[in-house]
Each structure stands twice: as structure tokens, then as C-alpha cells.
Design a protein around this ligand. Structure first.
Ligand code: UT7
Length: 321
């Protein structure tokens, strides 16, 4: 039996943290009190204008490869989950591969499932590894969401940040990913979208993130509860067997409501949203890496990673670390 096992994790946040008070100082009509109370966010990191998703992905990947004790040349598959790629093409994954100095390597591609992107990418890489076609995958979530924020819309611009997280997933006789579940319902796309495009050199439509916050909130709590139960049942376990719940870091209130719905106490929920805001596809691997490096997550523990985002998409990965 071939399992896909996380061999190492890494993450990267660009520049200095920008606090809620820093946003007020920049002229946004908000307050630390409002943001902290409604979302739990205290700060976020924003990339300089010339810093791209592939650069953030590179920094996180170098750390993950080092933690895995392998070399870039050992990587035979790269999947980058992002909604804010460097270019229309080539893919961010191809640019990352070049930055890592890998030539004549295996498949590279971007995966677009917005905030569920990392769960989708991890589940996809697992299929490649379990089939025997690939031995070592680099799975990355990397975003520069600051590029698609309308800084005149206080209802959204205070929520998001930039960053990247990565894992090396390798073939192993030991478990490994135990269960995965991916879902989508495109009929909900209007409640969270960037409804624009580039057409003949001109932006058509709206190039900024638009969101119906309350509709997203309700949908997120419902599906995060459902999909967590789904993977736990698939693996023949109970929620009590899960050592750490690592949800997409969108909002502290969503994390709390999800934990409550699942009967998982907050002491077993990794919450890093206060430190980096919502970094979309980067948020799950960022939270995972921060918890690995501060010693909370230990080898042999069972981790439930789950996300929800634009599309709408949602999904979960249950793994033994
Ligand atoms: O990856 C998934 C991403 N999306 C999410 O996680 C979003 C989920 N939704 C939420 O987290 C919440 O809906 C928000 C935090 C976005 C908003 O909280 P809310 O309790 O749903 O607030 P609201 O949109 O109903 O707005 C309440 C008030 C409004 O003022 P009035 O009309 O009551 O006078 C807003 O204008 O808060 C006002 N407001 C703000 N005030 C200060 C909206 N944004 C801000 C702000 N600072 N940044």
C-alpha cells in the first residue's frame, strides 16, 4: 500500500505586519475594535507591489524542502493553489519550478479553488502519489490577495492578507493521508467573486473582490461541519480521534462556530487568523506550518485540514502527520 505522507512544511509572510491601527492610519474608515471583534484579525502582511505569488511560494517551498530533508531535484510534481497568479501564463507552478532550479522535472500546474485551493491541491497530489506515478510532490498555497482588494471597500479590504505555505508530500509505506473529500456548488458563485477579466488588454467587468459577508459566513459554517464529518467517517474514525482541526483561516467566529458544531474544543483548533488575516489558499498550510514549528503539531497526530471558498468550493483532508 502506498500512502502519501507529509515529509516537511514551510511558510512565508512578506514584510512587516500591518496592524488594524495601521489600516486606520492609512485612512480606512474602520477600527481595531470592529475588526478584532467581528473577525479576530489583529494584523496581516501585505507584499510590496513588485513581489509576486511565485516569490512567496518559493520562500515557503525552500523551508518545506529543507524540513523534508530532500533536494529540489527530488520533487517530481508541483501544484500551486492560487487565485492571484503572477501571470495568465505560464503557471505560478512553472515559475516556482524555475526559481527552485529544477530543470527537466515532472508535472507542474496551478489549481484554482480559491480558499479551498490547498485542500484541493493536497487531495490531487495524493492521487498522483498513490497511483505510483509520482514520488515526491511540492504542494503550495500562495496568494497576493492585496492585488484584488478594493481599498475603498472596508467590508472586505480589512479581512485579507498575503502569504504562502507549502508541504512536501512523499510516497511512504506509513500513513499518510487517510481520507479526502472535495465538493463544489457553482450556483453560489455570486456571493464571493472577482467578476472581471482582461480582454484585448482592457479590464472588462470588476477586477476587485466582492463578497456578501453574511451569506458566506452561514455557508462556510454549514459545509465545514459537513465535510469534516465526511472525512472522519470515511477513515472509520470519530471526531474525538482528531488531535488538531486546522480550518481555513477566514474569521475567528467561523472557526469557533465550526469547532462548536463538531464538538471540537478550541484548544484543539489551530487558529492563526489573528496573525495574518485571510490569506485564501495559503491559510491552511500557513497555519499548519506555524503549529508544526511552535511544537503543537507532533508526528503521529491526526490532523483534519478543511477549507471553503469561492466557487463555492469546499473540502477536507484527514491525515496522520
Ligand atoms: O474565505 C472566506 C472569506 N469570507 C469570509 O470569511 C467572510 C465571512 N463573513 C464575515 O466574516 C462577516 O460577515 C464580516 C466580518 C465580513 C462582516 O461582519 P457582519 O457582522 O456581517 O457585518 P455587516 O456586513 O452586517 O456590517 C455591519 C456594520 C455595517 O454598518 P451599519 O450598516 O450597521 O451602520 C457596516 O457598514 O459594520 C459596518 N462595517 C464596518 N465598520 C467598521 C463593515 N465593515 C467595517 C469595517 N470597519 N471594516
Amino acid at each position: 500500500m502506498i500512502y502519501a505522507r507529509v515529509a516537511g512544511t514551510g511558510s512565508f509572510l512578506p514584510g512587516k505586519p500591518i496592524t488594524n491601527d495601521d489600516l486606520v492610519a492609512r485612512g480606512i474608515e474602520t477600527s481595531d475594535e470592529w475588526i478584532a471583534e467581528r473577525t479576530g484579525i489583529r494584523m496581516r502582511h501585505l507584499a510590496e507591489p513588485d513581489v509576486t505569488a511565485s516569490q512567496l511560494a518559493y520562500e515557503a517551498s525552500v523551508r518545506a524542502i529543507e524540513a523534508a530533508g530532500c533536494q529540489p531535484s527530488d520533487i517530481d510534481l508541483i501544484i500551486v493553489a492560487t487565485s492571484t497568479p503572477d501571470y495568465i501564463f505560464p503557471s505560478t507552478a512553472a515559475l516556482l519550478q524555475a526559481r527552485l532550479g529544477i530543470t527537466n522535472g515532472g508535472a507542474v500546474f496551478d489549481l484554482q479553488a480559491v480558499c479551498t485551493g490547498f485542500a484541493y491541491a493536497l487531495a490531487t497530489a495524493e492521487k498522483f502519489i498513490r497511483s505510483g506515478s509520482n514520488k515526491r510532490a511540492l504542494v503550495v498555497g500562495a496568494e497576493v490577495f492585496s492585488r484584488i482588494l478594493d481599498w475603498n471597500d472596508r467590508g472586505t479590504c480589512v479581512l485579507f492578507g498575503d502569504g504562502a505555505g507549502a508541504v512536501v508530500l512523499e510516497a511512504s509505506a506509513r500513513p499518510g493521508i487517510l481520507a479526502t473529500a472535495l465538493h463544489a456548488d457553482g450556483s453560489h458563485s455570486p456571493i464571493l467573486s472577482v467578476p472581471g477579466q482582461i480582454n484585448r488588454g482592457v479590464v472588462i467587468g470588476d477586477p476587485f473582490l466582492r463578497m456578501d459577508g453574511q451569506a458566506v459566513f452561514k455557508f462556510a459554517v454549514k459545509v465545514l461541519g459537513e465535510v469534516a464529518r465526511e472525512v472522519v467517517e470515511q477513515a472509520g474514525l470519530t471526531m474525538g480521534d482528531v488531535d488538531w482541526l486546522i480550518p481555513h483561516q477566514a474569521n475567528m467566529r467561523i472557526l469557533q462556530a465550526t469547532g462548536k458544531r463538531l464538538g471540537v474544543p478550541m484548544e484543539k483548533v489551530i487558529a492563526t487568523v489573528a496573525q495574518h488575516g485571510n490569506t485564501s489558499a495559503a491559510s491552511i498550510p500557513l497555519a499548519l506550518d506555524l503549529a508544526v514549528r511552535d511544537g503543537r503539531v507532533q508526528r503521529g497526530q491526526k490532523l483534519l485540514l478543511e477549507g471553503v471558498g469561492g466557487g463555492f468550493t469546499w473540502g477536507a483532508v484527514l491525515l496522520e502527520f
